[in-house]
Design a binder for this molecule. Structure first.
Ligand code: E4P
Length: 218
């Protein structure tokens, strides 16, 4: 399972990369706006830090404008994957740019049939939002299972990226289902590392070691 970081914050990405578990990064307009920085500038920094796909999202909503914006974003760096929203105009743009070799991550996916359309039109990645579905009492993980079944039925090469992850259980269940990628908020990455018994166990090992050292030297 690949882990992406779901952030445009350079410090979070630097820390994640130094831990060795970051295979890519996803951003969206909200995450970039939070940093208060120019998209191209921040994108270049992220691409220089991360040896893997970096998703940058278009903000246009008409197909020709989406196509132009996708071409511009793709030129920023070889690692860029262009995020296009799952709307009719987005599908039209996907059809054009995927044939030009631009890698596209279709975002804002909330149904398995949307994911089917994205794969048929050549998406490299599809991003179903599990947390936002859970928020409205629909089971986001059921959607992951359905999409994986459909992609397997037809041998689509599109990778399923689990987006809108809110907690470690989302990651665990997505991994058990065989999802290809999980994009993690930095907080969730840290939650995955932590276990109270690991911390308690280490404290005890170190305390015993100190006691032993004192005995040897007394
Ligand atoms: C990732 O590609 C999405 O932009 C992101 O996971 C959305 O997460 P949210 O629902 O927590 O905003």
């Amino acid at each position: 399972m690949k882990f992406f970081l779901d952030t445009a914050n350079i410090e979070e990405i630097r820390e994640g990369v130094s831990m060795g578990i970051v295979d890519g990064v996803t951003t969206n307009p909200s995450l970039v706006a939070k940093e208060g920085r120019d998209l191209e500038e921040v994108a270049k920094e992220i691409c220089d830090l991360v040896d893997g796909p970096v998703s940058l999202e278009v903000v246009s909503t008409q197909s020709q404008e989406i196509i132009d914006e996708a071409r511009r974003l793709a030129k920023i760096h070889k690692n860029v994957v262009v995020k296009i929203p799952m709307i009719r105009e987005g599908l039209k743009a996907l059809h054009v740019v995927s044939q030009e070799g631009i890698r596209v991550n279709v975002t804002l996916v909330f149904s398995a049939t949307q994911a089917l359309l994205a794969a048929k039109n050549g998406a490299s990645i599809v991003s179903p939002f599990v947390g936002r579905l859970d928020d409205i009492s629909a089971d986001g993980l059921d959607l992951i299972s359905d999409i994986l079944t459909i992609y397997d039925n037809y041998q689509f090469k599109t990778e399923l990226l689990v987006a809108s992850i809110r907690h470690p259980l989302h990651v665990l269940k997505a991994a058990k289902l065989g999802a290809h990628i999980a994009t993690l908020p930095y907080k969730v990455l840290n939650q995955l590392v932590k276990h109270p018994l690991s911390d308690i166990g280490l404290q005890k090992f170190l305390a015993d070691w100190e006691r032993q050292k004192q005995l040897v030297h007394s």
